[in-house]
Design a protein around this ligand. Structure first.
Ligand code: MG
Length: 454
């Protein structure tokens, strides 16, 4: 990290903060939790009391997106405030990969560490598992977790796919050291939560940043005994209840320490449901498709923001916002200027405060897959450039020997009005040719702007 790039800004502190300065920051990130998995977003019939407690005490966003529809690039964007290809994480990192988030990247954790925050990450990292890329090289004082996805294991009971036999045993890492291999995945959420609560207790009298990226409900699904069968609705719902329990433990710890009023808590997911794995994933319905695609089901996810006294209670916000906004927003709230690090995300403080005049800061949001810009949203309009994608439709779904089977599908130029058609079913490009032409031009210019090395 280049320390001189991160400068405390008195102007921003005095301009931004009516509350006590330096709020604690907590980001809770579920893995592959889908838009319609929670009763807060769809008629699921499943009660998640602690997420509902967050929503009652805070703000629920309806049009919140991650910057990519798979784990690594989505996380890279969340932690840097930039589109994933601009920080050289365009795709999912595998256990064989030697790459990771580049060392010259400035992350949210580095920014806060430089401002005197205690920083910790407990959970799934997935931004490079080799030592030069682990969390401690990106601003986290403490790390405990699996360095990539929980299906990246040679254990055929967890990943029956033949190619997985090449993976090394799944590591559990403490700092930079592998302390276990093939940990009992039933207890990952519980162990991460225990670490997180202890971190809050140890740092209650100083500013801290806690990043808790759960390994669930990414498949394969595991749940501890306490939640086995708890939902009465199957394993996926049991897993959601354990995540919800963890959220409650975090909120309780903040209240016990008397710091709930000085802590900003975000809850979201890194991407949509892993539909091509077959039965057992979450659901984004009525949104189209899921993880791995630039349709709404891949990138629109739940987002709850909670800060008693700062964020209006029981509020809903339909402005378009993204996980790339976390870093610029937190920079503003903490009063830090990050010079030489151009964000693609925006400061959404006004949205979080419930300013009735606040609108989305996005004139256009781009949906990227690898190095390609596949789609753009501007206002109610979403335009897809012609592209191929992995679809569940017509796919040979999971078989014991090849659970990841999927069909390659394609879409031509298509324009959707998301306000009338959130499911992206009714192509209206023919009826609005001028809108389509304008958005095609936006994709073309974004393709050049987002090229590697820029
Ligand atoms: Mg994921």
């Amino acid at each position: 990290m280049n320390a001189r790039l991160i400068l405390p800004s008195l102007m921003l502190i005095t301009g931004a903060c009516t509350q006590a300065p330096e709020p604690n920051i907590v980001i809770l990130l579920a893995d592959d939790l889908a838009y319609s998995d929670l009763a807060l977003y769809a008629d699921t019939g499943l009660t998640t009391p602690n997420l509902e407690r967050m929503a009652r005490g805070g703000m629920r966003f309806t049009d919140f997106y991650v910057a990519a529809a798979s784990c690594s690039p989505s996380r890279a964007a969340l932690l840097t405030g930039r589109y994933p290809q601009r920080v050289d994480v365009p795709g999912v990192l595998m256990p064989q990969s030697r790459k990771g988030l580049p060392s010259e990247t400035i992350t949210l954790a580095e920014m806060l560490q430089s401002a005197g925050y205690a920083t910790a990450c407990y959970g799934k990292w997935h931004l490079g598992h080799l030592e030069p890329h682990l969390p401690h090289k990106h601003g986290f004082d403490d790390y405990f977790g699996i360095p990539y996805s929980n299906d990246m294991t040679p254990d055929s009971t967890k990943n029956p796919n033949p190619y997985a036999r090449r993976h090394p045993p799944l590591p559990l890492v403490e700092g930079i050291t592998t302390v276990e291999t093939e940990p009992d995945q039933r207890y990952l959420t519980m162990r991460y939560t225990e670490r997180a609560v202890a971190f809050i207790e140890q740092n209650a009298d100083r500013p801290f940043f806690l990043y808790l990226p759960y390994a669930a409900p990414h498949m394969p699904l595991f749940v501890s005994e306490a939640f086995d069968g708890a939902s009465g609705r199957g394993l996926y719902s049991d897993v959601l209840l354990e995540i919800d329990w963890s959220v409650g433990q975090i909120l309780d710890a903040l209240e016990r320490q008397g710091i709930a009023q000085s802590t900003l808590v975000f809850f979201t997911s890194d991407n949509g449901p892993w539909l091509v794995k077959g039965a057992g994933s979450g659901s984004a319905r009525p949104l189209r498709e899921g993880k791995g695609t630039t349709f709404e089901g891949g990138q629109r996810v739940p987002f709850l923001a909670y800060w008693p006294g700062m964020i209006p209670a029981n509020s809903t916000n339909s402005a378009m916002a993204t996980a790339m906004d976390f870093m610029p927003t937190i920079a503003r709230l903490v009063g830090i200027a990050v010079d030489g690090w151009p964000f693609d995300g925006h400061d959404i403080t006004a949205l979080l405060r419930g300013d009735p005049h606040a609108t989305t800061p996005y004139e256009a949001l781009f949906f990227v897959q690898g190095q390609r810009v596949q789609a753009v949203r501007a206002g109610p309009w979403k335009l897809h450039a012609p592209h191929r994608y992995r679809s569940i439709h017509g796919a040979t779904l999971s078989t014991p020997s090849h659970p990841g089977a999927y069909a390659q599908d394609s879409i031509g130029l298509a324009l959707f009005d998301l306000h009338a058609d959130a499911g992206e079913r009714n192509n209206v490009a023919g009826a609005y040719p001028e809108v389509a032409a304008r958005l095609i031009a936006r994709i073309d210019s974004a393709q050049a702007y987002l090229a590697p090395g820029r």
